[in-house]
Design a protein around this ligand. Sequence first.
Ligand code: SAM
Length: 209
Amino acid sequence: MLARFIARQLADPQGLFGRTVMVRLLNRGNDELISGTLSALDLDPADRFLDVGFGGGAMIEKAARVIERGKLHGVDRSADVVAEGRRYLRDLLHAGQLELKRGDVQDLPFEDGAIDKLGTTNTVYFWDDLDAGLSECIRVLAPNGRLAIGITGPDKMHDFGDVTQHGFTIYRPDELVAVLQRHGMVNTRVAIQYGRTSFGDYVVTGDKP
Ligand SMILES: C[S@@+](CC[C@H](N)C(=O)[O-])C[C@H]1O[C@@H](n2cnc3c(N)ncnc32)[C@H](O)[C@@H]1O
């Protein structure tokens, strides 16, 4: 019962618990993987950056420290996550540096080639269709754009016990690499994470030709 509740909140944070507790837990627990994912993206101050499934907003907050002339975007399928993001990230929104939208990875609200760097952490397990989601991420990337996907690896996932039995699809990093390559991405690589909390995580990266 508790495991199912936590799994649902991770997949789609909602209600008072989702807006207050879960988003904070995500920002704290995923901090190292988020940093590893941003490091793989090698941000430039002029980049147009998108975080898919931004949750508590920590990756957008960190990206904003580098992106000065470009633009930050966040998309999440949860209405409550978007509402909380509008509160938490209000300074960036008011400065015109950030746009937050509700949406699904399979139907991103952007023109082809509108994004230079796309990051997503701990989201792929909840997507309805990995192939369709990654194909859509690649569609919105500009030529020479980069995609980085932060995931918790299968061994660590199994250590989480019951929670991951509810609605998670667990992937090995090489499975993600294979999908990226099938969609024409180049320079694909896997960075093993060694941090205190990110041990057992991976960042999978690819570039759009
Ligand atoms: C476990 S949380 C991770 C949040 C954040 N990326 C992090 O690393 O802390 C998963 C997030 O992905 C979002 N999400 C799940 N499936 C999605 C989809 N198909 N399209 C867009 N967002 C999705 C959820 O609403 C939730 O905010």
